[in-house]
Ligand binder design. Sequence first.
Ligand code: UDX
Length: 435
Amino acid sequence: MNIAMIGTGYVGLVSGACFSEFVDEVRCVDKDRKWIEDINRGVLPIYEPGLDILVNKNVEKKRLSFTTDLGASVKEADIVFIAVGTPSRRGDGYADLSYVYEAAKEIANNLEGYTVVVNKSTVPVGTARAMKKIIKDTNPDAKFDVSSNPEFLREGSAINDFMRPDRVVIGVESERAKAFMKELYRPLYLIETPMVITTLETAELIKYASNAFLATKISFINEIANLCEACGADVQDVAKGMGLDRRIGPKFLHAGPGFGGSCFPKDMQALIKIYQDNGITARIAEAVLQVNSAQRSRMVQKINDALDGNVHGKTIGILGLTFKPETNDMREAASLAIIPALVEGGAKVRATDPKGIDEAKKLLKGIEYFEDPYTTCKGADAVVILTEWNEYRALDLARLKKSMKGKAFIDLRNVYKFQEVKKLGFSYTGVGIGA
Ligand code: UDX
């Protein structure tokens, strides 16, 4: 079985590399010549644990290649995936589908023999059907079916999520396409991965509903955290007590500065538009985004409060800049909302991150960057843990305290127990840890 992966961004690159473990050949295509050249030189443009090993191994075995030649790749393929970006359209929150439709047209012009054209990008309901029409209109003789096969990859654990998923969702319309897709995923079927085989529209909606539900859990616990602060309760114990109920589950109940990343904020916006287009008010989705945005502001207020009500003239050491650990991705990271507010308030910000500094430098100006947490916090009035990297989970707190001028310890990911931090002479602020 031969695969073409159109779009070699995060999803395309990870999925292409993983598929190359169990199909004959995967060709990953991208329009960005430099991007492809870099990969072919062995320089991966994204950081994902284990990805370099997987790519190198399968490139060496000639099962995986990277090219800008869409035509040749599509001609050889039994299954063509579209994994191009669907960013929020500027200004209105709709997902921008121009890259998906452009790819569909180019694919249509190059189809040879029966091919399944599968969409992997997160797209509004109805996109697979629109893709089908575009392909048919562009090339009326093409023998093809379309499919929707959303991804559920978390950055930082994407390879494991791909190889051992909770489920595989496949939207199809014909038995032939269903057989192709089942054959493709056979190795996962053998390890008893549940397959949800359904219609195109349902598969598309499963993706949005899943992400929206996870985002809802986060905003829910963040709002509970605010209540905990007001009434002297501890959100971590509340989350534990809730999570032990198997109907609720313990995951995605970590209070913090709110969700970021390339998916949740964008997908929530797009979902709200899908509701609107169907004449339905998206009450929950709207509230989830409002709570998330308010949470960012609340974190800025927390930092001010920990510094006698005003950050003006204060030096703040920030640990962690990416939207979550184990990635260099800065998209919609909490740091992008919180740090500019601190700078605007007159604070001097010193920051560090294990993988995100290069990206951060492009987006966060007017702050200083350092390699390690202790240098970052040198002479600081406050230290703020913004992303829960493992590197910051076992800090030498006495050494940190010594390097600082002040004593404010602001733990926006609830990594530390307040007793251990206080013992060393810090003042402690967490999220949802009532007095
Ligand atoms: C997410 C989905 O999990 C994945 O299934 C989907 O396909 C893509 O979007 P990802 O964006 O990589 O994956 O990150 P995820 O681990 O889900 O975290 C998203 C954000 O939520 C991060 O900013 C994280 O810090 C935050 N989060 C997560 C919390 O604040 N609390 C939690 O309990 C969990």
